[in-house]
Write a protein that binds this ligand. Sequence first.
Ligand SMILES: *[C@@H]1O[C@H](CO)[C@@H](O)[C@H](O)[C@H]1NC(C)=O
Ligand SMILES: *[C@@H]1O[C@H](CO)[C@@H](O)[C@H](O)[C@H]1NC(C)=O
Ligand SMILES: *[C@@H]1O[C@H](CO)[C@@H](O)[C@H](O)[C@H]1NC(C)=O
Ligand SMILES: *[C@@H]1O[C@H](CO)[C@@H](O)[C@H](O)[C@H]1NC(C)=O
Ligand SMILES: *[C@@H]1O[C@H](CO)[C@@H](O)[C@H](O)[C@H]1NC(C)=O
Ligand SMILES: *[C@@H]1O[C@H](CO)[C@@H](O)[C@H](O)[C@H]1NC(C)=O
Ligand SMILES: *[C@@H]1O[C@H](CO)[C@@H](O)[C@H](O)[C@H]1NC(C)=O
Ligand SMILES: [Zn+2]
Length: 641
Amino acid sequence: MEWCVLLCSFLLLGFVPIQADVDQSTLAALQIHKNLNRSQEACTNFWNYACGNYSAADGAKYVDNFELVEDLYAQAMVEFMEGDLELVDSDVQLNEGPALRLLAQMRAYYNACTNDSQTDWPEEDFRLLESNDWALETAKFRRHGLNAVFFDERVDVAYNDSLRSVVQLKMPDPSSSYSERCALQLLKLNHSGSEAEVSRLVDQLRQLEAKHRQEEPLVQSWTLADLEQKIPQINWQAYFHELLSGHLNGVLFEVSDVDYLRELGQQLGNTNRSTINLYLRLRLTVLLKQTGPARRSPNTCIHHMRALLPLGMNYLYNRYVYKNRNLVDNIQLLEIFESLKGMFGKYLEANRLQLSPAQLSYVREKLSTMKLKVGNLPEETSPAFYDSHYESANFSDSHHLSNVLEALSLRTRLQHDVLRLPHSRLDLRRYYVNDDVVKARTSPFYENERNTITVPLIFLHFPLFDHRQHSIFQYSLMGGVLAHELSHAFEHEGILFDADGNESPVGLQIRDTKAFQNAIKCAAQTPAVSLKERLADLNGLQLAYDTFFGLDHNSQLYTYRPYAFESEFQAPQLFHLSYAQFFCGILPPVLGHDRDDVRVNVNVANLRQFSLDFKCPPPAVQSPPVCELWRPTASSILVSA
Ligand SMILES: *[C@@H]1O[C@H](CO)[C@@H](O)[C@H](O)[C@H]1NC(C)=O
Ligand SMILES: *[C@@H]1O[C@H](CO)[C@@H](O)[C@H](O)[C@H]1NC(C)=O
Ligand SMILES: *[C@@H]1O[C@H](CO)[C@@H](O)[C@H](O)[C@H]1NC(C)=O
Ligand SMILES: *[C@@H]1O[C@H](CO)[C@@H](O)[C@H](O)[C@H]1NC(C)=O
Ligand SMILES: *[C@@H]1O[C@H](CO)[C@@H](O)[C@H](O)[C@H]1NC(C)=O
Ligand SMILES: *[C@@H]1O[C@H](CO)[C@@H](O)[C@H](O)[C@H]1NC(C)=O
Ligand SMILES: *[C@@H]1O[C@H](CO)[C@@H](O)[C@H](O)[C@H]1NC(C)=O
Ligand SMILES: [Zn+2]
């Protein structure tokens, strides 16, 4: 049966690369050539050179390569969800039975999502959540996933103990003002009578936030008793009783913005109950709309489920769709990861930042214990765990809107359930990322607290990665991405966390060194949307390049034999072009990062070998010095070149 599933999905994908006579390296090279904009000099705008013709190439159908792999994933999962094919494990090494209940739940959810035509949210129904205490009422809405209306309450781990779950309390993040605006718009549409009161409430909240917002607020570690004593204006007992169903013993709270919370409690205590209820209802409606999907189709339902029900989707994809896990992808990814770590180890030997022995061993420890996870799945494999994990969610196979509410409640419940474990300690065997995303991650990510890089399974698709490709493609693109993520552990925010994911004064010392500060200043000379992304970008490319070519590589000293699959570009040039493929696309505004063209151009400008590799003429005006943080300074060979 396995070949049949394979065959069907490839037929459906309508995507050409699977042809026995064309190898994956040739395809990768072909793709790179198609994206080239030959009216552009590589030396002046490398992104435009490498990606400028993306829209004219096959990619025209997609905004970028992410959209392409997301589509491939969705098509394969739709096939799986709708197929009545006999279930065939894609992993021959598995000896556990399937989690059939989970499978049935996921199929029910998918069915309702694609079949149910109802689109209006039953906002009126949430009147049922009304209560005569605003904190209790807020908790009732919180149980349905609504957060950060009056304050932000979430489960995280303690700053000094990354295995201890705590509740964090603070004022809402500025980003929640978008949901505020949506709620007010909704209000204008339908509740004209109460518009003025709700607007006034929102204004008051904004003013309160503005008054108390601080750059780096003090964080207090408190018990519930402390919390009740220090902020008596809010009925915490009622709130947490409702949310944790009484499991309050020993829960630890990390509280910021104490003055804000006090004043908030006072103000809401004097606010009309029905105004508060109406505002909460509007915000929940907005949350449900944002959770989407905006337009329902088989593909959008798959991505919606990927964000909201990550464990279920990853389990099914990993078990029934993904083919190469234990055979090759895991091994190759680990090989790349270990090589990157090895090269970063050499960086540390050179000790550019002149760290003390204690500081060096802090960084080395962090490097050597860093983990790579392929797929956001727990270690635990027993079907009983997977079947019971979503057990409390009652998904219908016909009512999509109630399923979304059910899924949001499930997510919130699972996040808070950790607090019930003995001493609120995380069970790492069952840990996976289950946070409040609306759109699921496609790109790899690094978690400070876990000192772990996770590569989502969806990312492991051509053209981003293919186990059959020549290593130059793998080390430049996947290697570049993993190197970026690895570098997050050592930028100005990541460095504060030690090997175990606890905030450490040693990290702070390192960050405060003059050499580190100078490197940050250098990187910030070209304005960046996010400094940590800039630092990870620069060190990431440098690290990936050094890992593939070796330290102090100088392409002027070599004559390169052409690859069988690529006759025009020499190895170092091909490396840069392949690296850039990650960033190819029709330029959209990007949130949180610089725009892709800026990223590529700034990154290559800070790789001292780049201009040699492309034999760039000396610039007319003296270009600024390259910025390096951890990379050893150039040896005399390169300086004289
Ligand atoms: C872009 O691609 C098209 C089709 O592949 C090709 O004909 C054209 O010359 C390319 N344009 C540039 C500027 O390289
Ligand atoms: C290619 O680069 C040229 C020169 O910068 C630019 O005018 C053009 O818009 C780019 N794109 C394509 C598809 O030619
Ligand atoms: C719902 O979708 C399934 C396929 O997933 C289909 O067989 C069924 O007929 C649909 N039901 C309705 C009521 O549209
Ligand atoms: C973490 O900090 C809190 C308060 O600052 C303290 O009570 C607790 O003992 C610390 N835990 C560890 C593991 O150091
Ligand atoms: C507004 O109210 C009308 C009737 O009261 C209802 O049909 C409509 O669905 C509501 N719209 C929204 C966005 O809640
Ligand atoms: C609260 O608001 C509702 C509706 O806006 C109004 O009917 C009620 O009288 C108000 N209650 C008080 C105590 O002001
Ligand atoms: C599940 O939901 C259905 C309606 O959607 C309801 O009839 C049923 O009682 C619910 N079951 C549980 C266990 O809550
Ligand atoms: Zn990043």
